[in-house]
Design a protein around this ligand. Sequence first.
Ligand SMILES: C[S@@+](CC[C@H](N)C(=O)[O-])C[C@H]1O[C@@H](n2cnc3c(N)ncnc32)[C@H](O)[C@@H]1O
Length: 230
Amino acid sequence: MNRGIQHIFSDVAHTYELVNHVLTFGLDALCRRKAAKLAAAGDGTRWLDVCCGTGEMAVCLRNVAGKKTMIAATDFCFPMIRKAARKPEASGIVFTLADAQALPFRDMTFDLITLSFATRNINVSRVSLLQCVGEFYRILKPGGRFVSLETSQPPSRFVRRLFHMYVRLVVQRLGQIISGSRAGYAYLAHTIPRFYGADELANVIRQAGFAEVTFDSMFSGLAAIHKAVR
Ligand SMILES: C[S@@+](CC[C@H](N)C(=O)[O-])C[C@H]1O[C@@H](n2cnc3c(N)ncnc32)[C@H](O)[C@@H]1O
């Protein structure tokens, strides 16, 4: 378990949603809704949102799921998951404290696994990312879907530079001011420019064993939704 990252998210849990909505002009919520719709297209009634944070993606899943669908959500940070579990709109969602590298579920349990804005966080190294994605593969049923929503690298060098500049100059500073956490938003500003582009992330997902890996880029490549099948 990565205690440093766990500590960072404990530190920012109280303002996490506010900072995201301000820094992305609300686009993070729109992205989650789009990812949830894409994720919902398919069979199966056992869904899991990993690294659920304050539960926004799990609630989006709840909103698009049928009545018979069981939705579970996990995170390794207690203050985040406590916020999620206290939301009235999250009632019925089963929350569990767990590390994405070793999930407490049997092989082939779920029909769908989603991961929103956390693929970067489990990418402590390529090996640890592969270990987590391999863990998702293990607990998905054959034919089950994995959906990742994450920031990406715009193919245009100009847009990429503007994006990275925005992260360095605005995201880091404003995040620190609103949350009071210097480490939290320094970490965020460090990881965004270093994360994979959409093609590279698709390769990592394939390397973990998944098939039919496709992605939708959004906002000139600032974010991407990857979909893959076990
Ligand atoms: C940027 S937040 C994303 C939260 C949420 N999915 C969303 O859409 O806002 C990343 C979350 O991943 C969690 N996380 C990071 N590494 C983890 C790991 N190895 N196991 C479980 N949770 C982890 C953090 O605690 C945090 O809540």
